[in-house]
Design a protein around this ligand. Structure first.
Ligand SMILES: Nc1ncnc2c1ncn2[C@@H]1O[C@H](COP(=O)(O)OP(=O)(O)OP(=O)(O)O)[C@@H](O)[C@H]1O
Length: 625
């Protein structure tokens, strides 16, 4: 995970492209939308849930929450009326009425408490329902078509984990809070606007020899005041959207750096890398602090506008209504009532000003999701473009040119880049027939693993077509196989579901793979990827390959951590247990050669000083040393 570029002086409020992005220095930079208010696009993020399969339950819950919200407003009105009656009873020293009103109060308070609890409870329920649906949908896209891999490879979006975990939560919860707040404002507005209209009467003045009358003029003043306040708030507060976006990014980068320290604890401890790590973590935290400084500055401006707006709102109606009062048109009581109604109307109209800070966080989270959505879209397009229109085609065929074989024709492997893709190889062709064993060798960095990735359909960069029998099962074992946490039995069964094979089968296989020490620990839960030695993990991967019974098995330096004798035992086991499987091995060690019957060698074809380029071509098998 990369660090964020420090904010230059003068603060561009939005993060600049990340320095580690390989595409950052090529091609025109895309328009930066991360600090924008994008209501239309955000609406398209919110809408799908409300038209999904869950819509009935969602709309039912929403109706309930809205109803409870309105009931709370009604309870407030009830309380206001109770106030009048209660104080009148006190003033009249009417003890019987006093007792009755106390009983009323108990009823109002009980209703209030019950409604408030229910409102909170059902809002939380709706929030989690929405979040569950959103998370399910986004996880589906994230884990389909190797999008998680493609987005990482292309540096399409920083910290996807934070976007899936936090931004989706913020989207669901803040959308509900903001929209319920808006509803309350509308209800309050409707309740008081007629009162203010009636109380304030028309404003009559002469203009160019004509008499002009503005009915309900205080309402218009309240609208003007709120519009001016909203405009000013947005002007002053807009940079906060970009800053909030960046704050989330820097926080997530810092968390990720801490997580990497944990994950690589052993390597760092062995290097004695604490000072370097500490410096890296401090630098990462500095980005948080630096951005926070700008957040403070812009928040100070926003609070200045907000509180100024709130303070002026206290005297504004009095000033506007004062001419009527001084002309004797209204009494002091009416003036005060106008001021109070104006306060209610103006308060309702100020939903935008008052909620701006929440709106900023909400829009920043939505922008991060929109950004993520376009990275996912690009990954999906890349996956769909495996037909070769825009890269290497991976075609699953009922009949391939050589029966049952994987064939590659006119293949050019290239490196990723936004506009220009640097070719790694000259065009070449190859065939892997059922049951044959092919050794792939070449200099480090020549593109051998890239060839495997292309065969697996996760490397679209380049040209040409790979044809694979549609019913063929392929399995790729990298140098460090993925070992999930959980029971050892589940790690062996992976990617099949846990319990696919019984413990006796697994224990026998572990013994065959020279892991008898682990045979008694099949049901033990552990972080096996951290606990097992690299050589043990490679043997575990062999065991898994035998269980999966692929037709084509690709081994990318899968025995690099084994001694030669164990390596030979593992290959012998593969040949014995998977006699019909084709085996394609990438290896630097010549001892591996004896298990193969063909050889594909990457031969350099570039001149000295040029960008490296290779031609993979058939060659004689190397002799074991
Ligand atoms: N995601 C990526 N983005 C940019 N370049 C990449 C990416 N993945 C690999 N490369 C580059 O592609 C080239 C080929 O990598 P590859 O892993 O295929 O080499 P290799 O032949 O398997 O090397 P080795 O024998 O050392 O394992 C290397 O220069 C590598 O840095």
């Amino acid at each position: 995970m990369a660090n964020v570029a420090p904010l230059p002086r003068g603060c561009p409020p939005c993060p600049s492209p990340r320095p580690d992005d390989p595409a950052a220095d090529t091609g025109p930079a895309p328009r930066d939308i991360r600090g924008q208010l994008r209501l239309g696009a955000t609406w398209r993020l919110l809408k799908p849930y409300w038209v999904s399969d869950d819509r009935k339950a969602a709309l039912g819950l929403l109706a309930l929450v809205v109803g409870l919200n309105l009931a709370l407003v009604a309870a407030n009105v009830w309380l206001t009326n109770w106030n009048r009656v209660f104080y009148n009873a006190l003033e009249a020293r009417d003890f019987a009425a006093f007792k009755l009103q106390l009983a009323h109060f108990c009823a109002i308070a009980a209703a209030f408490i019950v409604i408030a609890i229910m409102k909170q409870f059902y809002t939380m329920m709706l929030e989690m329902r929405w979040r569950t649906w959103l998370t399910g949908e986004w996880l589906q896209r994230w884990t389909s078509g190797q999008a998680y891999y493609r987005v990482e490879q292309s540096h399409g979006a920083d910290n996807p984990d934070q976007r899936l975990a936090e931004d989706l939560r913020t989207l669901a919860s803040t959308s509900l809070t903001l929209s319920l707040g808006l509803l309350n404002s509308v209800v309050t507005l409707l309740s008081f606007v007629t009162l203010l209209w009636t109380l304030s009467g028309p404003l009559v003045f002469a203009l160019g020899g004509r008499t002009v009358a503005i009915p309900g003029y205080m309402v218009w003043f309240a609208v003007l005041y709120a519009v001016a306040g909203s405009w000013l708030t947005h002007r002053i507060g807009k940079p906060l959207i970009g800053l909030s976006f960046r704050q989330e990014q820097t926080e997530a980068d810092f968390r990720y750096a801490l997580m990497r320290l944990r994950e690589n604890a052993e390597g760092i401890a062995l290097y004695g890398g604490e000072p370097a790590e500490r410096a890296g973590l401090r630098a990462s935290f500095d980005h948080i602090r630096e951005n926070w400084r700008w957040l403070m500055i812009y928040t100070r401006r926003l609070v200045f506008v907000n509180s100024g707006y709130g303070q002026v709102a206290i005297v504004f109606p009095l000033i506007v209504a004062a001419p009527h009062y001084f002309s004797g048109a209204i009494t002091l009581g009416v003036l005060m009532q106008i001021a109070s109604a104006f306060g209610q109307v103006q308060g309702a109209l100020s939903w935008f000003v008052d909620g701006y800070a929440s709106l900023v966080g909400w829009q920043a989270a939505a922008n991060r999701l929109l950004d993520f959505q376009s990275a996912l879209g690009a990954a999906e397009a890349e996956h769909a473009a495996r037909d070769g229109l825009r890269g290497i085609a991976l075609l699953e065929r009922d009949r391939t040119p050589a029966p049952g074989a994987i064939t590659a024709a006119g293949l050019v492997l290239a490196l990723p880049g936004r506009n220009e893709r640097r070719p790694l190889t000259e065009p070449f062709s190859m065939t892997v027939r059922p049951g044959e064993r092919l050794l792939v060798t070449g200099p480090s960095g020549a593109g051998k693993s890239v060839l495997f990735r292309a065969m697996a359909g996760i490397w679209p960069y380049g040209r040409g077509a790979i044809e694979r029998p549609a019913d063929a099962r392929t399995l790729f074992l990298p140098q460090r196989s993925y070992v999930p946490s959980g029971t050892l039995a589940a790690a062996l069964d992976y990617p099949s579901p846990p319990g696919t094979h019984d413990d006796a089968t697994l224990a026998a296989l572990l013994r065959d793979c020279r892991l008898e020490r682990l045979a008694g620990q099949l049901q033990r839960r552990d972080n096996w990827g951290m606990r097992l030695s690299p050589g043990e993990q490679q043997r575990l991967a062999f065991a898994r390959a035998i269980l999966q019974r692929p037709d084509f098995l690709f081994l990318d330096e899968a025995t690099s951590a084994l001694d030669e004798e164990t390596e030979a035992a593992m290959y012998a086991l593969l040949v014995e247990r998977l006699p019909r499987a084709a085996i394609v091995s990438i290896a630097h060690r010549s001892t591996v050669a004896r298990w193969h019957d063909r050889h594909l060698r990457y031969r350099p074809v570039h001149a000295a000083g040029e960008e490296p380029r290779y031609l993979p071509a058939p060659a004689a098998l190397p002799h074991p040393v």
